[in-house]
Design a protein around this ligand. Sequence first.
Ligand code: ACO
Length: 325
Amino acid sequence: YENVSVLQSARKIPARVVTNDELSEMMDTSDEWITQRTGIKRRHVADGETTTSLSVDVSRELLANANVAPEEIDYIVVATMSPDFLTPSVAATVQGEIGATNAVSFDLNAACSGFSYGLSVVQKLLVSDEPKKAILIGGEVLSKLIDWHDRSTAVLFGDGAAGMLLTNSATETGAILGSDLRTLGELGKYLTAGQTGETTPFQTDQPEFSRFFAMNGRRVYNFAVKNVPISIEAALKQANLTLADVDHFVLHQANVRIVERIAEKLEVDFDKFDTNIDEYGNTAAASEPILFDELVQKGKINRGDVVVLSGFGGGLTIGTIILKY
Ligand code: ACO
C-alpha cells in the first residue's frame, strides 16, 4: 500500500468577520489600499475559537462525512504555526478529544507551506503493508500573533482550519504523483512570528522580544514569485506531467498579485488558479485546504482531476504537491 487518496475534505471557519472598513477605523489604512495591494476584502477572526477547537471540529466533520470511526485513524498531523501550547501538540489534543485512540499524533510547522509539507510527510507514513488512514489538518489562529496597531501586517492575516482524511487503500484511485519541498533558512529573518524569548533569572541581559508578526513584505513577495514556479515545474517533472495536464492550481493565498504573477510566469491561464483570499486573507497552513475543500464542495474539483497544491512562506519554505483527486 503506498498510494495516498483523499477520502474526504472539510473546513471550519470562525463566524466573526472583520472587514477592511472595520480595520480602517482601528489603524491608518483603507479598503482601497488593502484591496489593490492584496485582493483581501475581509477575514475571519477567532472569537473564542482556538487552533485546537477548529482542528477538532474539522476532524469530527471528516469522520462523520466519511463514515469512519475515530479508532480507525492511524495518524493525526496538524500543520500549524500558531499552536495553543508548545506542548501538548494540537494534534495530540485533537486525538484525545475525538477518541482516536490508535492514532500517532504530532504537529508540524512549516508556516504557509505546512499543508504541502504535511501531505509529503503523511505520504511517507502511509507506505505500509497494511491499509491505513490519516487525518491531516492545516489549522491557524494567526490573530493572536498580530500587533493590531501595525498596519503593515494586521491587514493580511486571518483564522481558520481545514483538512483531509487520507488513506493508502488500494481500492481508492487518488494518488500523490509528485512533490517538491524547499527550505531557504538564510531568508528566515524576513518573516518571523511567535518569538518565545528568554526570561530566566540566569539571563544577564533581558533582550526584548515580540510574539508579533514582523515581515519584509517585498522580500517575501519576490521570493514567492521567483521560487514557486520553479517548485511547481520540478514537482510536475517528478510526476512525469506537464503544465497542460493540470486541472487546478490551489496556491497558498497570501496575495492575489502573487498568484497572478505566478500564473503569468508559468504562462498558464488565470482561470485555472482559483482564489478565495478576498474572504479569508492569509490563513497560513490552512489556506490550501480551505480553498481545496471549497472547490470540491462547489463541484469544481472532481474525482480524477490533477491538482497542484503549492505553499510558500515562513522559514522561508516552499512546498508543492501534485495530487490526483
Ligand atoms: N494601509 C495603507 N498603507 C500601507 C499599509 C496599509 N495596511 N501597509 C503598508 N502601507 C504603506 C507603506 O507604509 C508604504 O508607504 P511608503 O511608500 O510611504 O513607505 C506603502 O504602503 C507601500 O508599502 P510596501 O510594503 O512597499 O507595499 P507592497 O506593494 O510591497 O505591498 C504587501 C505590501 C501586501 C505586504 C506585499 O509586499 C506582500 O504581499 N508581500 C508578500 C507577503 C507574503 O506573501 N507573505 C506570505 C507568507 S506569510 C506566512 O508564511 C505566514
